[in-house]
Write a new protein. Structure first.
Lengths: 682, 618
């Protein structure tokens, strides 16, 4: 049972990384994804990699998995039809929302009216009312509640949500309503708002809980199906899923609270990049995860990814923590087209996906994609996946020619235009996480990964001024690396909402110890012994009357004496730093948060044999590449044969089993001690 | 005498050619700086009006005071014209008196901060922001007396003064002002927050100038203004005709029993210039509904409406101001004479947007939206916590129905004001002595149409502590009109239900209404007007909206001609009813104003519970 298997399901490929926890030895593999039932590829890949490594599935102690099943359910509107039970008088909580029309003056003229995540015809009112302090204003009318719930019987709901006013203080009514609902709908999953998000603000709490309901059936089916198949292979170990915040959670808990997994897929890439950051010596990194249909970008500073208190998927934003990842609809499968009206070249957001895929994949695709443009320019040699996958160059050229004809330019100019626009879209996303957050991209290295990241990273670095460009080892399975090496994590936040004069160190110490117990028990349930857990705490503080809090790290020990005084002082310092002023008013402690972390896998980066600096032993053949309208002599290298210290001068293409890297003219890549190629300007 | 700008490093900026990519980067950097201003404000301000609801407006202007990014256009020119002092590096200007800045802000509650940004002794840019203070003293909590007849009743007036000199806070001035207000902590925090926001913008401008050079920045702002002017010129010449078009609409009453007050605008184009002439607008009111309209602000409103109606891709700034000529008659509702009362100008501001929308769409009904700006309805609730000397004061902005649009239905209970949000009810209940027992949109209140007007909102407050309330709203007497066959939206109303069982319809504008614990207030806002023929709306959609509680079964039949059998559409009956309705109705005109002024007057008391306002005399 000494093996860990990380599996990441992408839109095009399912990537696998197997680690022998005792020796640190690793195996990598990838198989084509099976979008109609992603578990098929997962199981096929698991069997294949076990065979390669010469082990049995029963030897896998931990199966660690990032998935986009929940993400796609939201993006494609294929989630469950969710029912919603609310307090009397609040049926339209999602319809009215926060009354916000995004945009500037007169933006309402063109703003599309959104449909609530739980349809209004599936939302009913429960006769009951709690006050803001949790006391009962109107007792729960159980007969009335039952009648209201029964009225949903004809609506075809597949999941049920309960969100009652002020339940974040007192969950009793929600629990009793749930008991009735279970009698009426014994087979439906029921999500309670005070469990999913015990925080003030009825709209955000309702929306987040409904989002949980919407993805719950599809995730439950997926997880149960996957678990069944893995068990039948003999895999008896733990199955953990990657959360949006980059931590892991057990698959049983994930079935109940899948809203925490909405950004599971992209989080895998970031946690993988964090692993590379730990081993490459580069602590400030912009990540560029280019998949088949989209590109995810994130910013890592001092070896840590930024965490947000919300998660956004498409137009949906819910209150669960996530790594700060931005997504744009530009990937290898993005389709280029020229609208007749404007005559402008557009790339995406439509994608050829995995099926039929780009024309070059020879699976019947005829639309010109970014991948086809790479083939035309010579960035992608004919052999992919170590020769097991042959590209159809003629089909790619034929597809891109249609763009060239529409624009009346040469074939190569059309291909370059497609790549330039895709790069510009990626650049735009990177700006959101860097410049717009106050970071100068020139202070960061750029790491491309995913199947096509290293095809674009050098060109995007040129736009951003972000150097060096890091081409990690096996960039295609970096997400799986992240899945396999990150930690179990459990987070628990509670609204505290007390003015400093009205609370005490002792009260906070009590809360923290209670919350610590909660999070440690959760991780213990997940198989992480307490001895291997680390618990950290944060307090959200603001001046009484402000609407936003500043999160500050605290410790349990602090509150044996002088804890609150220290906390308010730290707040004043931070407030002054962030906002240039302090106020002489009472502080409010808004919420407390406890996070328990397990231990990650120690997967050492394998060191590479030192070379002479001359890469010619790794040369595959001479090659021709088009860059910015000029055809260059170039060389193709086999990454597996490159040694530490070897310098590859651009223009060049470096191929490996799961990925291809481009080094542009005016640049050179040096292979570092652990096998990353570090590209810089020469 | 205009302001003197002290520039020891004065030297003309060198004109530099800029590639379009650098220009785009600078424009985006300024946009991001503006977004950061908002974020800083929301994170640090205290009054729910600013930090939850967004009643504050940032701006970054070039060295001449022209807005490059922002919302309502620049007023810095007006301020400079009226300020007789020197402006130096390190100054922070503070003001609130509309009469001292040519209407840059339009009531005393809006505190305006202006920060000149210097580099090496040269003025390169301005950052500025104003925000609505919950209370600035005066005769009523909230400082917007509905019955005021002069600005001296409307709280403290701040002329342009320096809050900071050489970046040193003038503590005495701040102390003096905060001594006048009921909520000094909120005002202090909100003021600091506004200053901090302006400083964030300043920091970003320094970064941009360091990266590109001061000359490049100056040339870039020039070019951004010129680029906008070119785009707007194109838009004006294609979308505004030379033949004058007029539209008039009304503010229902002045809070003193008189009304309605007409607002009229005529638009035409002479060559490159669009003229907006408010001739025919009623004289100024005796009460506080006067709206001191800054001409440049109106140009910006007009420009943004043009952009949003006809071509939302155009980026806007002050560059096109030469292309618009605004004419407002002196001593009118829109250009009152000092010391006319101004505090309740928000109704006029709202009505102005309805008038603008109607003017622009009149020539091209396919672009025409219905009416839906009632106002920015307010509720004030204040008093002492029972058994204590601690004061509480709530200022809350409500929302109504968005109009039916060519684009689609108007959203229910949403904000027409940019960036405004509601206050979470759980927040209200936690910090104020009240319970919100009902929070929903009102079926059938949105005007019927092929694209339905948004429904108004019913919000029921149950007070749990004695106090006083004030109400500010409009569209209680004259309904929001529908267009292209759409019906008018429902009117607003406020019903106070006492714990003793008595019921009172409150005027749309009133102060100092005492409430006791247990009293309930139904705060009902207006519905948006409908767009297009209601009989052309998909019957299945009408049926669905009945199930959703957005349209009643009777409403479906009477307004849309849709007959339901249970939950489903009775297709045969529906077709028959629709045919009959089509035959019996008059030919629809572009605008549907409802039954007309005379009928509204006759039926006012029975329909609204309030007597019709007395026609104003001058």
């Amino acid at each position: 049972m000494a093996f860990r298997l990380g599996v990441d399901v992408g839109g095009t490929f399912t990537d696998l990384l197997l680690i022998n926890e005792q020796t640190g030895e690793t195996w990598r593999d990838k198989v084509p994804s099976t979008p109609s039932d992603p578990s098929i590829a997962v199981v096929a890949g698991t069997e294949a990699i076990c065979k390669t490594a010469g082990i049995k599935p029963a030897d896998i102690g931990q199966f660690l998995h990032g998935t986009t099943v929940a993400t796609n359910a939201v993006l494609e509107g294929k989630g469950a039809r969710a029912g919603l039970l609310v307090t009397k008088g609040y049926r339209q909580v999602l319809q009215v929302a926060r009354s916000l029309v995004p945009g500037g003056l007169a933006a309402w003229i063109t703003w599309p009216k959104p449909e609530p995540l739980a349809a209004l015809e599936c939302t009913v009112e429960i006769p009951e009312r709690l006050a803001a302090d949790g006391s009962v204003i109107t007792p729960l009318d159980e007969a009335g509640a039952r009648a209201a719930i029964e009225a949903l019987k004809d609506e075809g709901i597949e999941a049920l949500t309960i969100c009652l006013i002020n339940s974040y203080v007192n969950g009793e009514h929600e629990r009793r309503v749930a008991a009735i609902a279970r009698e009426v709908f014994p087979d439906l999953p029921i999500s309670l708002s005070h469990e999913i998000l015990p925080e003030m603000q009825e709209y955000e709490r309702a929306l987040t809980t409904v989002a949980n309901s919407v993805v719950r059936p599809v995730m439950a089916r997926y997880i149960a199906n996957l678990r069944g198949k893995l068990r039948s292979l003999g895999m008896a170990g733990r199955i953990n899923l990657l959360r949006s915040d980059g931590g892991l959670m057990g698959s049983e808990k994930a079935e109940d609270a899948p809203v925490n997994l909405l950004m599971s897929g992209p989080a895998g890439g970031v946690t993988g990049a964090l692993w590379v950051a730990r081993h490459s010596g580069h602590k400030n990194i912009l990540t560029l995860d280019v998949g088949g249909t989209s590109t995810d970008v994130a910013l890592i500073e001092h070896g840590e990814a930024r965490l947000r208190r919300e998660t956004s998927v498409g137009h949906l934003t819910v209150r669960t923590s996530s790594l700060d990842v931005k997504t744009v609809g530009a990937g290898g499968g993005s389709i280029a087209h020229v609208p007749e009206l404007t005559g402008a070249l557009r790339v995406g957001p439509e994608s050829a996906g995995a099926d039929p895929g780009p024309a070059a994949y020879g699976k019947g695709g005829t639309e010109p994609t970014v991948t086809d443009a790479h083939v035309v320019l010579g960035n992608l040699p004919e052999d992919l996946l170590g020769g097991s996958f042959k590209l159809d160059v003629a089909a790619a050229r034929q597809a891109v020619q249609r763009i060239a004809d529409a624009l009346s330019v040469t074939l190569e100019e059309a291909a370059q235009g497609i790549i330039d626009i895709a790069n510009e879209n990626m650049y735009g996303a990177l700006r959101l996480v860097s410049v717009q957050q106050g970071y100068d991209p020139r202070d960061f290295a750029l790491m491309g990964f995913g199947g096509a990241g290293s095809l674009h990273s050098n060109a995007v670095a040129q736009l951003m001024g972000s150097y060096p460009v890091i081409v990690p080892t096996s960039p295609g399975v970096l997400c799986a690396t992240g899945d396999a090496t990150t930690q179990m994590r459990y987070e628990h936040a509670r609204s505290f909402n007390r003015m400093v004069p009205d609370t005490s160190d002792a009260e906070i110490a009590d809360w923290l110890s209670d919350m610590a117990e909660t999070v440690m028990r959760e991780l213990e349930d997940e198989g992480v012994p307490r001895a291997q857990q680390t618990v950290t705490f944060e307090a959200g503080v603001r001046y009484a009357g402000q609407g936003f809090e500043v999160d500050l790290p605290i410790t349990e020990d602090q509150f044996t004496g002088g804890g609150i005084a220290g906390l308010t002082k730290a707040f004043d310092v931070e407030h002054e730093r962030l906002f240039t002023f302090n106020l002489d008013v009472t502080h409010e402690i808004v919420n407390l948060r406890a996070v328990a972390l397990g231990q990650g896998a120690e997967m050492p980066a394998a060191t590479l044999e030192a070379g002479t600096g001359d890469p010619s032993a790794a040369k595959v053949r001479d090659h021709r590449m088009w860059v910015a309208g000029v055809e260059h002599d170039a060389v193709i290298y086999d990454r597996a044969k490159l040694k530490a210290g070897d310098t590859v001068t651009g223009p060049a293409v470096v191929t490996e089993m799961d990925s291809t890297a481009v080094i542009l003219p005016g640049h050179a890549g040096v292979v570092d001690a652990v096998g990353n190629i570090i590209i810089d300007r020469v | 005498m205009p302001a003197t700008i002290v520039e020891p490093g004065k030297a003309p900026f060198q004109k530099v050619d800029i590639d379009t990519i650098s220009l785009d980067i600078i424009e985006n950097a300024l946009r991001n700086a503006r977004t950061e201003m908002d974020a800083t404000l929301f994170r640090t301000a205290m009054s729910p009006g600013i930090r939850e609801q967004g009643d504050a407006f940032p701006l970054i202007a070039d060295r001449d005071g022209k807005m490059i990014v922002g919302q309502f256009g620049s007023f810095i020119g007006g301020f400079l014209e009226g300020y007789d002092g020197e402006i130096e590096d390190g100054d922070v200007i503070w003001l609130s008196d509309p009469y001292a800045c040519d209407g840059a802000v339009s009531h005393n509650n809006d505190w305006l901060i202006i920060r000149p940004i210097f580099r090496a002794g040269r003025l390169v840019a301005w950052s500025s922001m104003f925000g609505h203070q919950t209370d600035i003293g005066g005769k009523v909590p909230g400082s917007m007396p509905t019955d005021a007849t002069s600005i001296f009743e409307e709280g403290i007036r701040i002329p342009p003064i320096k809050l900071y000199k050489k970046d040193v806070l003038q503590e005495d001035i701040l102390k003096l002002v905060l001594h006048q207000v009921r909520m000094p902590e909120w005002c202090r925090a909100d003021l600091h927050a506004i200053v901090a926001s302006c400083r964030v913008a300043e920091k970003r401008i320094h970064e941009i100038c360091e990266r590109f050079g001061d000359d490049v920045f100056a040339s870039a702002t020039d070019e951004l203004l010129a680029r906008n002017k070119r785009a707007m010129h194109q838009l004006f010449t294609t979308a505004v005709g030379e033949k004058p078009v007029s539209f008039e609409d009304y503010v229902c009453d002045d809070g003193r029993g008189y009304g309605p007050f007409k607002m009229k605008c005529t638009m035409w184009r002479e060559g490159d210039v669009v003229i907006l002439d408010f001739d025919g607008t009623d004289p100024q009111a005796a009460g506080s509904i006067n709206f001191f309209l800054n001409e440049n602000m109106l140009k910006m409103f007009f420009g943004i409406y043009m952009i949003m109606v006809f071509d939302p891709q155009v980026m806007f700034n002050d560059g096109f101001y030469d292309l618009v000529d605004v004419r407002i008659p002196e001593r009118s509702l829109l250009k009152p004479e000092f010391p006319a009362a101004l505090s309740c100008r928000t109704h006029g501001l709202g009505r102005l947007f309805d008038v603008l929308g109607a003017l622009l769409g009149q020539g091209q009904p396919e672009f025409l939206n219905a009416a839906g700006f009632s106002s920015s309805p307010h509720l004030m609730f204040s008093g002492f916590w029972a058994g204590s000397n601690d004061w509480f004061q709530l200022f809350q902005i409500g929302f109504g129905g968005i109009p039916g649009r060519p684009f689609g239905d108007g959203p229910d209970g949403h904000s027409l004001w940019p960036g405004f949000t509601n206050v979470p009810n759980e927040f209200l209940e936690r910090y104020f002595p009240l319970v919100i027992t009902e929070y929903s949109s009102i079926p059938d209140s949105g005007g019927a149409g092929q694209n339905r007007g948004g429904n108004g909102i019913l919000m029921t407050y149950r007070f749990t502590n004695a106090g006083t309330i004030a109400v500010h709203d409009d569209r209680w007497f004259i309904p929001p009109w529908g267009v292209n066959g759409g019906e008018p939206g429902a009117r607003s109303t406020k019903l106070l239900r006492r714990a003793d069982g008595s019921r009172t319809v409150l005027p749309a504008k009133c102060d100092n209404i005492s409430v006791e614990a247990g009293d309930e207030l139904d705060y009902i806002t207006w519905g948006g007007g409908g767009w297009g023929d209601p009989l052309a709306r998909d019957p299945e959609l009408v049926a669905l909206e009945v199930r959703r509680g957005l349209v009643s079964k009777d409403g479906a039949r009477d307004k849309y001609g849709v007959v339901l059998a249970g939950k489903a559409v009775d297709t045969g009956a529906t077709e028959a009813l629709r045919a009959k309705m089509r035959k019996n109705r008059p030919e629809p005109s572009i605008f549907n104003f409802g039954p007309g002024m005379n009928t509204l007057r006759q039926n006012a008391l029975t329909e609204t519970g309030l007597a019709a306002p007395t026609p104003p005399r001058w």
